[in-house]
Design a protein around this ligand. Structure first.
Ligand SMILES: [Zn+2]
Length: 119
């Protein structure tokens, strides 16, 4: 598996409380800063972002490899380890901002409820 490295995009998402801390981080698997920035933009627009680490997978080749490894082959867009608060996002999804927001909101629902959402 390719190394997953941070491009040090600390996402500042605050949830209103005076002592709120940033709750989300974005990393890339591969070199795709534009995808990471698009993900950051989408997450800032979402109302309620849970504590989460988002890995943006830069290439489809790596995406398919990670998907197989995670046994998550029913999705074309993203999958989430709810216990780890970890979402793995297919980078090319970020090219469609509306779809990107929909996908992130859905994955974050999994984290919030700590459940499969009946899937
Ligand atoms: Zn789902």
């Amino acid at each position: 598996m390719a190394s997953v490295y941070s491009i040090a995009l600390a996402l500042l998402v605050f949830c209103g409380a005076a002592n709120a801390k940033p709750t989300a981080t974005i990393q890339t698997a591969g070199d795709c800063k534009a995808y990471a920035l698009a993900t950051q933009r989408a997450m800032v627009q979402l109302k309620d972002v849970p504590r989460v680490r988002v890995i943006v997978v830069c290439s489809d080749v790596l995406w398919h490899r990670l998907q197989a490894k995670a046994d998550a082959e029913r999705t074309n867009t993203a999958f989430t380890n709810i216990r780890e608060h970890l979402t793995v996002l297919r980078g090319s999804v970020t090219e469609d901002p509306i779809e990107l927001r929909r996908v992130l909101a859905h994955e974050f629902d999994h984290i919030r409820c700590q459940c499969s959402l009946g899937e």
